[in-house]
Design a binder for this molecule. Structure first.
Ligand code: GDP
Length: 312
């Protein structure tokens, strides 16, 4: 039976993480989820076996080695190697198993360090990325190249989305390697628990566009059905918040009453990376993003309810 004559089945890779969790909450029909424990995707034989067993028509390819600024600076080699290998294996396994549609993900840190703002889908390859994450960024940039090359030679409808800074339930809460939202929630929670100062990296002035995982999950399910362009699409509300704004929300939701210290010996990363959401708005003019205060409230509640049984 060819994949086309079967009922539509979607495979979500890397489903044990932040976005996998958010997609499960939306309970899309006929969807299979694989996590790290289902097999090592840097191994082609194992990846091929997974595809032969599940026989998906569509793939939401979330699996990746990711970290915040701390992890990216420490593991540039590992992040380059593992992401390139995973993506090569997933694309090839998808192609030879007749997958009709595949969506993969970059992040705005793949854009050139010196880029004109707002970041636009057209500019991804137009200069070197920020040195703090060049291994990860170059590996992820290849998703655009791979998708276009597969489209050109084999007609694969493989698309790429670029969410900005995602946060939400079931994030990775490591204090050193995590992204800023989960790390700060965890740190603030511990500072309250241990009656200590709450230490934030950098000056608090850098700006980021935070998007709630459940909003991104909705956009992914839309894109896998409706978005067919070769060029990537940025998922953002184009609303910048400073790290200080975020800290204030976290302090409020955690109920922390102690002292907040901005540690300028720690990395700041890029100052800002405002992104252009005009393409997204053209397709979905009425899409409503969750306000940051509401998303942070939900995320803090989830963390407190699940601690210490959280990924960290
Ligand atoms: P980025 O957007 O790729 O740079 O990734 P991050 O999610 O790691 O955000 C980094 C920004 O948050 C930088 O400006 C950091 O200085 C700031 N930041 C403040 N405290 C923390 C923290 O505890 N962990 C992380 N990862 N970043 C922090």
């Amino acid at each position: 039976m060819s994949n086309k004559s079967r009922k539509k089945l979607t495979l979500v890779t890397g489903a044990g993480g932040l976005l996998g969790y958010a997609i499960r909450q939306l309970a899309p029909k006929d969807t299979d989820y694989i996590t790290r424990s289902d097999g090592d995707l840097t191994d082609f034989a194992k990846t091929k076996k997974i595809f032969q067993k599940i026989k998906p028509n569509q793939v939401i390819h979330l699996a990746a080695e990711v970290a915040g600024i701390g992890g990216n600076m420490m593991h540039s080699g590992k992040f380059f190697r593992d992401n390139i290998m995973i993506n090569i294996n997933i694309f090839e396994a998808a192609r030879i198993n007749g997958v009709d549609k595949l969506i993969s993900f970059m992040s705005t840190c793949v854009f050139p360090d010196k880029c004109k703002y707002p970041l636009n889908e057209k500019d991804i390859q137009s200069g070197p990325p920020h040195p703090s994450n060049f291994g990860y960024a170059y590996a992820k940039r290849m998703l655009e190249v791979q998708s276009a090359a597969y489209r050109k030679e084999w007609g694969c409808n493989f698309i790429v989305a670029i969410p900005t800074n995602i946060y939400g339930e079931n994030d990775f809460w490591n204090l050193e390697d995590g992204h800023v939202v989960p790390s700060l929630i965890h740190k603030c929670f511990l500072a309250k628990k241990n009656k200590e100062d709450f230490i934030v990296w950098g000056s608090g002035r850098p700006l980021r566009e935070f998007v709630y995982s459940q909003d991104v999950a909705k956009l992914i399910l839309w894109a896998i059905d409706e978005y067919n362009e070769e060029s990537p699409i940025i998922f953002t509300n184009s609303k910048e918040s400073s790290i200080k704004d975020l800290v204030d929300l976290v302090v409020r939701e955690v109920g922390f009453k102690g002292k907040v210290i901005f540690d300028s010996t720690k990395p700041e990363g890029q100052f800002r990376k405002p992104s252009d959401n005009s393409k997204l708005k053209k397709y979905l003019p009425n899409f409503k993003f969750t306000p940051l205060d509401k998303g942070i409230k939900n995320t803090v509640e989830w963390f407190i309810k699940n601690y210490p049984n959280v990924r960290m």
